[in-house]
Write a protein that binds this ligand. Structure first.
Ligand code: PBG
Length: 331
């Protein structure tokens, strides 16, 4: 790199006015970069506030198409569906995950019919359906890998049959991407995409999400035997390499803002479509400060999302997606 020096070079010149700043901007945030996670629940006319996530609601299926309309009108390319499964439908094996008319599948059919051009992301993991709140099957206190994968591949197929376009395994079992890919292919779903939660950390920042799903009280123990240790970075590259080799089309890092270093390494190492999840705890932190008057709402939301783009993300799963899309349109 050529070394320039003051006073010949003044870096402030390129920051002089808005037009110039726009000309030299290295990164852009666009509605195309946004994926909106949505919580769906049973019942009718339900809009239940999620206590730890101000502004986020669980909505019943009769209201779902209306709920999603603003996202579609703003041009958000995809939504990610998360079902709130009632206790009586949960069991040890997560059987409800395989029910063709479970909440997730019904939600997918409604949205596919209403908005054929909207891409639907389906989370694959058993935690919304298990009585113990784990992402896989449990025996003698151990989370079983290969047995869980056998259920996950059927769960993925069930979702594809309901119209889910992008299967997003978030369970962190070894080998699940390969198993899901072959099951999809064997059943005629060669074009169904896989966005692997490749580097997913055992994080405290998922707390409000588990509260939204009602799985927080169920979960005895933690997910450290399958989700990654926050201390590790090289291991994230191995996880991503394996998921890509197994057939993932897109990979994800999660959580987001505390893991921007991982995003950058992943993008530089693999040059593959890279996503991050600005998770519930990140949302709640920002919202708490906004509601206290400690942070400026619009500037903070957009800066937090721009940071993901600068770190190398193609797209971001964010609970701010609709608001961010509105802000971007207004500019
Ligand atoms: C579960 C899943 C989790 C999230 C997405 N899928 C939580 C977990 O692993 O316990 C977290 C999302 C968020 O915190 O916003 N497979």
């Amino acid at each position: 790199m050529m070394i320039h020096s003051f006073p010949h070079t003044r870096l402030r010149r390129n920051r002089h006015d808005d037009a110039t700043r726009r000309l030299v901007s290295e990164t852009h945030l666009h509605v195309d970069n946004l994926i909106w996670p949505i919580f769906v629940c049973e019942g009718e006319k339900q809009r239940q506030k999620v206590q730890a996530m101000p502004g986020v609601e669980r909505v019943s299926l009769d209201l779902l198409a209306e709920h999603v309309r603003p996202a579609v009108e703003l041009g958000i390319p995809a939504v990610a569906l998360f079902p709130v499964t009632p206790m009586e439908k949960r069991d040890e094996m997560g059987t409800e995950a395989l029910n063709p008319s479970n909440l997730m599948c019904r939600a997918a059919r409604i949205l596919k019919a209403a908005y054929p051009g909207l891409a639907l992301v389906g989370d694959v993991a058993l935690d919304p359906y298990t009585s113990h709140g784990h992402d896989g099957l449990v025996r003698d206190g151990q989370i079983l890998n290969d047995e869980s994968v056998e259920v996950l591949r059927k769960q993925a197929l069930n979702q594809a049959e309901a119209g889910i376009d992008i299967i997003a395994p978030s369970d962190m079992m070894d080998g699940r991407v390969r198993a899901i890919r072959s099951t999809l292919d064997e059943n005629g779903y060669q074009t169904t995409r896989i966005m692997a939660y490749a580097a997913k950390y055992a994080s405290a920042f998922y707390g409000p999400f588990r509260n939204a799903l009602g799985s927080d009280a169920l979960l005895g123990g933690d997910k450290k035997s399958y989700q990654m240790d926050p201390a590790n970075s090289d291991e994230a590259l191995r996880e991503v390499a394996m998921d890509l080799a197994e057939g993932a089309d897109m990979i994800m890092v999660k959580p987001g803002m505390p893991y921007l270093d991982i995003i950058r390494r992943v993008r530089d190492s693999f040059a593959a479509p890279t996503f991050a999840y600005q998770v519930s705890g990140e949302y709640s932190m920002i919202m708490a400060a906004i509601e206290n008057g400690w942070l400026d709402r619009e500037k903070t939301i957009l800066e937090s999302l721009m940071a993901f783009r600068r770190a190398g993300c193609h797209g971001i799963l964010t609970y701010f997606a609709v608001e961010a899309a509105r802000l971007l349109r207004a500019r």
